[in-house]
Write a protein of this length. Sequence first.
Length: 114
Amino acid sequence: QVQVVESGGGLVQPGGSLRLSCAASGAYFSRYAMAWYRQPPGKQRELVAQITSTGSTIYADSVKGRFTIARDNAKNTVYLQMNNLKPEDTAVYYCNAAYGTHFWGQGTQVTVSS
């Protein structure tokens, strides 16, 4: 069983930045594919960004050029740097670890509002 814990959410003004962190347990973290998803109010969960065990990344079109996903295998942690935030980025952000099966965190709220 892999434990996944997100942190770093909060309230930010449009144009601001936040960095989300996700810590995942297990001795094989470097082999996990890690991803961030989000679920806006009243909408379905959607993929935001993914990073594979080899460091390859993909991003949703809506966040390309603004968000960056990165991983630190020594710390069993993946990050999501979010810049130039927009009100439409408001959502609960979930971290996902994939290693044979999928493991989810509890989510962290990001609210972009003036």
